[in-house]
Write a protein of this length. Sequence first.
Length: 120
Amino acid sequence: MDIPIILLIIGLISIFASFIIGKSSSDHAEELEKVSISLHQETNGIKKRLKAVEEELMIGAGSIPSKNKTKKQTKPVHEIIVNQILSLHAQGYSVKDIAKRSSLTSEDVISVLQLKGVIV
């Protein structure tokens, strides 16, 4: 007779524990959903900021006219490259070395330096 009573008590304890554990897992599910939503919102915010930065960088790009006598279309030289050219010139690099480092032609480097008033 003691065994059925013990089994009944164990069964009741198991049922009670399942309700407690079931509630706890639903809390975890809600927490996970909140974290997922928060992560999605932060990712979208970062994407928007990255797009704004990319647009700002594209606005800073301007074209440098070439003094070549041929009717060759000049490529725009980005402001970062212009700053690199000016910095390398200030450090004493030759036009040929600056052209190699900036992946531009010597004529483009000279025209950038002339437009910025560094050389005449």
